[in-house]
Design a protein around this ligand. Sequence first.
Ligand code: C2E
Ligand code: MG
Ligand code: MG
Length: 401
Amino acid sequence: KHSVALLLIDIDNFKYLNDALGHKVGDSIILSVSKRLQHACGSTVTLARVGGDEFACLLTHEDSGLSADEVAMSCLQSAREPIHIDGKHHQLSLSIGISLFPQDAASAEEMMRHSDTAMYRAKATGKDKFSFFSKDLKLAMRKRVETEIKLRTALDNNSLTVFFQPKYDLNLNKVVGAESLVRLIDEDGNITPPDEFIPLSEETGLIHRLGKQVLVKSCEFIAKCVEANEPFKIAVNVSAQQIANPYFAKEVEEVIVSTGIDPGLIELEVTESALMADFDQTRNVLLALSSLGLSLALDDFGTGYSSLSYLRQFPLNVLKIDRSFIKDMDTEPQALDIVTAIVRLGSCLNMVLVAEGLETELQFHSLRQLGCEYGQGYYMCKPVSEDEFTERFLNQAPIMT
Ligand code: C2E
Ligand code: MG
Ligand code: MG
């Protein structure tokens, strides 16, 4: 009959510290954090170490006279003071998730689960903070479960939908290809955008099946375009996890063979983060893909950990300038400078340049003037269904008079 708060406390980046500095230092950090927490929480709460670098703190307002956020705040504060180990200073921080009984949960198990969810929210929103479990979070969790079910069903039925956004030659103002963009559409016609299920499919490992299905559909579409006498090049997004799979190039080859298309009509788009994993493994996969005859594009260029060495060391053919720079180039001289520099960089390195997210006529003309050859964006055309694409851009036989 008491109301209880459960704080789940986790040391930020502990795994990194432990791996980088050694387990002895890791042990000292845990010891030191536990002492500080003990001090910060006071003697009226129950404090426990519940996992490697995880602590739980249980408190009742009646016993301690403190509220959960007051305790959380002093825990956070206690960790911010640098820790000295072997003559070195280490700056630490904590992430804390809080769940309340009886508001949030009906059992100890549920409280643990909910404070864990809240702790992940604290980490995801920047660390060194606390976060309460909330209705919103509960809704987000439920939505996630629903999305996962929808995604699994679509994968089982091979019913994911692929939209295509035309890519234009800016000088000729003519469609030369498209980017395939996956959509999850349920039986009621509700469309879930990829940002809502790609991260989920990466966390659950479903990305491999998803990627394969999108690739097959994209290749089938290439065959259809060729059939209609429009050998459009189609760009397919691939995620970091697919690149990390040593059999990826083999799988791509199988799809090319089974759909019977010219590999020169496929472009695979990878992001900078996909290139940050194991260097040799990544390079081998990219070289193997490249030797199949397809081209490789670096997507969202300029937003990740842009390292110019990628451009030299990986067999990349295309640079896609991120939408965020294009968006501001009309109004912010700095964004225009960055676009100008990327275009020069790309052309010096003999890479094809594609600008993403063109929304205005001014952007279209500026990019053309800067020497950026290709572009996609709402200004020309939004991503459209395969049927609409076919209707608008295929079978454009000149009308005989
Ligand atoms: P992306 O590869 O950078 O794709 C471009 C995104 O920008 C697309 O969003 C597209 O609809 C949107 N876009 C295009 N032109 C404009 C414009 O003028 N203005 C604005 N505001 N947006 C524009 P979408 O389709 O929601 O896809 C989001 C991201 O999801 C993609 O970013 C890509 O990273 C990922 N994605 C999409 N399909 C796949 C897929 O099949 N596999 C994987 N791994 N990722 C995918
Ligand atoms: Mg892309
Ligand atoms: Mg992009």
